[in-house]
Every structure is written in C-alpha cells, then in structure tokens.
Ligand binder design. Structure first.
Ligand code: PGA
Length: 254
C-alpha cells in the first residue's frame, strides 16, 4: 500500500493577512500537483486572504479548530461549515495546545472531527502522550484511550497526527523508532475500528519538532505517512524542504 504523503503546516497564532499573502506567493511555485498533499493551516483571520491565493493551486487550506455544532450561542467559536465556506478543506482538531490551555478532551476532539466531516472537511485528529506518561510507560495506553471513539469518524476523510507533547516546540523530536512504534499502534487501532482496507489507506502524520534535517528519516518509517509541522512551517524554505523529503519517500515508494 502506498499512501500519498500529507504535509500540513500548523501556523498556530502566527501570520496576519499580509504575511500570509507573501508566504503563499513564495510557497506556491515550490509545490507540485503530483507530489505530496500540502495543507497550510493559518489562523482563522487569514483564511480568506489565503483562499484567494491558493484557489486552483495544489495547496489546500486547513483551519486549526472548529466547533462541534453548526451554529448557536457559542461566543468565540467557529463552525466547520463556516470554514468550508471560506475555502478550507481540512481542520486540525484535538491539538495538545487546545487540550492543555482550552480544556479540550478526547471526547470533544472527536465531536469536532465528526462535525468537520459533516461539513465535508477532512479532520486531522491529534493525539499523543505527555513526557510523564511516556516515562511511566503509558504511551500506548494513552493512545488507546485517545482513539476510543475513532469509530464515530469516517476514515476516508481523516488523518491522525501522532504528536508526543514532549516533542512539540521543544526541539526534542521522537526518534524514528519511537514514532514508528506509536504509528503502528495507531494503525492497529484504526484496523479495529474501520477494518483492514481503510486502516491501510489512513494517513498517520508525525508532529513534534519536525525540521528539514529530520523529516526524511521520520518519513522513511513504514507507518509515518506525513507530518504536521509547527514552527518549521513558518519558514517557506524549511517547509518546502520538508515537502521535498516527503516527495523523496514517494519516489522510493515501498
Ligand atoms: P512544532 O509543532 O513543529 O513546532 O513542534 C508541531 C505542532 O504543534 O503541530
């Protein structure tokens, strides 16, 4: 099974409209239509500006969160349909920063993913253990818990991002072997919920201090099908190098 790699840039709370425009004008010529799937996830406020530039290009737009209801009295929230209207085709849900600072839980993350799929968006569902959990030998137990409700989702419009919390923004990347162990476990969980075929098609991304100089070795692992890139995605050159590393995986397709 060869899965088309997916490289997503999570800009977090970075990028006003002018910066977004300049960034995308530099990125677009570097992205090939038949290469890895490329998604950029700017803040909500830059999505409309980004959409005007990426329309008709191979670069897709994603958002960083959505609410689970279509509309209602939820001050400060944005629905998946609103994101779709702006031209987004993906949304990140359950990111560890949402879990840490904004009370996101396993349950709400899956509800958001389901809402995204109802609005015909792909969901990038983030999971991953903290340092204390890894040190206690609980990594797989945590991933099992975080994927308990996976069966509520449509595997055809889903990617799972394995993001060990201790690797996010710290410069401490998981080793390729650590990533592969977690990814293989997540594929097993997908198999339990969705069956063999859908599990084989599902893309499982690694996230946590992915950089141009470590992307190739992570992407060389059997079950690492792409990357969710934070800090390094803010630099067009660096993000392009990570996309090239994923393209290299395609050309050496197993
Ligand atoms: P990082 O962030 O690449 O800056 O570690 C990854 C993420 O939070 O998605």
């Amino acid at each position: 099974m060869t899965r088309r790699p997916l490289i997503a840039g999570n800009w977090k709370m970075h990028g006003d409209c002018a910066w977004t425009q300049g960034y995308l004008e530099q990125l677009l010529p570097r992205v090939e239509a038949n290469g890895p799937e490329v998604v950029v996830c700017p803040p909500f406020t830059a999505l409309a500006a980004a959409a005007v530039i990426v329309v008709g290009s191979p670069v897709a737009l994603g958002a960083q969160n959505c609410h689970w209801e279509e509309k209602g009295a939820f001050t400060g929230e944005v629905s998946a349909a609103m994101l779709a209207e702006l031209g987004a085709s993906w949304v990140i849900v359950g990111h560890s920063e949402r879990r840490q600072y904004f009370g996101e839980t396993d349950e709400t993350a899956v509800r958001r993913a389901a809402a995204a799929q109802r609005a015909r968006l792909g969901a990038i569902l983030c999971v991953g253990e903290t340092l204390a959990q890894r040190q206690a030998g609980e990594t797989l137990k945590v991933l099992e818990q975080q994927t308990r409700e996976l069966g509520l989702l449509d595997p055809a419009h889903l990617a799972i991002a394995y993001e060990p919390v201790w690797a996010i923004g710290t410069g401490h990347t998981a080793t390729p072997a650590q990533a592969q162990e977690a990814h293989a476990f997540l594929r097993k969980r997908a198999r339990e919920h969705f069956g063999e075929d859908a599990a084989q098609r599902l893309r499982i991304l690694y996230g946590g201090s992915v950089k141009p100089d470590n992307a190739a070795e992570l992407l060389a692992e059997e079950d690492v099908d792409g990357a969710l890139v934070g800090g390094a995605s803010l630099d067009v050159e660096g993000f392009s190098a990570i996309i090239r590393a994923a393209a290299g995986r395609m050309s050496s397709a197993r």
